[in-house]
Design a protein around this ligand. Sequence first.
Ligand code: SF4
Length: 61
Amino acid sequence: MKAIVDLNLCIGCGACEGICPQVFRMESDGLAHVIEGADCDAAGCCPDAAESCPVAAIAVE
Ligand code: SF4
């Protein structure tokens, strides 16, 4: 499983990082980025993070 953040949609609320800090990190641009090499399967929280995103910016595939 892999997570992708659509940076054109992200509003920088920080919810994904709060729920799944193993995978998502707020960067200096104020937006959430997927940590390089992060493993959604090991973290187990990518679907929850995607569901919590208020603007549906996170795709998990
Ligand atoms: S939950 Fe969605 S809008 Fe909020 S920081 Fe994460 S990707 Fe961006």
